[in-house]
Ligand binder design. Structure first.
Ligand SMILES: *Cc1c(COP(=O)(O)O)cnc(C)c1O
Length: 231
């Protein structure tokens, strides 16, 4: 089987899982965008995904993403940055990312705004929420979300898109995504345009869709198991 046939088959399965979760939740599948997380996989796979109709791709490390985005600059893709982001990488990331999912502190939000102004680009920012209240793994504490959202909403050349989270280990993801939904609704009452809810990965996309996810981030189920990361 060619790589394209293999990815095509996996893509069909993931789309069916999303459609099924939408049916179960009484939602329209058009409300849910699939973001293909292509980390550790080559630009050729990104190209195949684009040929198969995928329009959203995501990466979590700038070192890897910058080159891949440049190689794929001819493709009609929206690039999502989903990994923890250090301020010294912001200039590079703003060069290719349309959406940054991992904004978890005001200093980072201000740095993104500054670089977006400098580059003449418009970047959508999501507030990453730590659903286990353990900011070690990235994410703002739930209590800090409103103030951070206000900073993003007021900053130049950035748009507040909504919220993002990763389900904590060792907890029912449905319960955790239920808390994210409450946080997202509270945010929308202050910022009606911030409707994006980025939640759900290969293992828990159904629970995320059941709890209002608008964007699911899927790597393994589309491209296969990643080799262990060696620096
Ligand atoms: C790698 C990654 C994903 C995709 O995870 P899979 O389990 O491979 O689907 C989603 N979100 C983030 C933030 C990631 O780093």
């Amino acid at each position: 089987m060619t790589r394209k046939a293999e990815i095509g088959e996996r893509l069909g399965e993931v789309e069916e899982r999303i459609a099924q979760a939408c049916r179960a939740a009484g939602r329209d599948p058009a409300e849910v965008t699939l973001i293909a997380i292509t980390k550790t996989y080559p630009a050729d796979d990104v190209r195949i995904l684009a040929e198969l109709g995928v329009r959203d791709v995501g990466e979590n490390r700038d070192q890897e993403a910058a080159g891949k985005a440049a190689e794929c600059a001819d493709l009609p893709l929206t690039w999502h940055f989903v990994g923890q982001l250090q301020t010294n990488k912001v200039r590079s990331v703003v060069g290719y990312a349309d959406v940054i999912h991992s904004v978890d502190r005001e200093r980072l939000a201000r740095a993104i705004s500054k670089e977006a102004v400098r580059a003449g680009r418009e970047v959508t920012c999501l507030v990453q929420v730590a659903l286990d209240d353990d900011p070690e793994r990235g994410g703002a504490l739930a209590a800090d979300v409103p103030a951070l959202a206000d900073v993003i909403a007021a900053a130049e050349n950035v748009r507040l898109g909504g919220v993002m989270a990763v389900a904590p280990l060792g907890e029912d993801p449905g319960k955790a995504f239920g808390r994210l939904r409450e946080i997202a609704l509270a945010l929308q009452s202050r910022h009606p345009g911030a409707v994006m809810v980025s939640a759900g990965m290969s293992g828990d996309l159904s629970e995320a869709v059941a709890n209002g996810a608008t964007h699911v981030r899927v790597g393994t189920a589309l491209l296969g198991r990643r080799k262990p990361f060696v620096r």
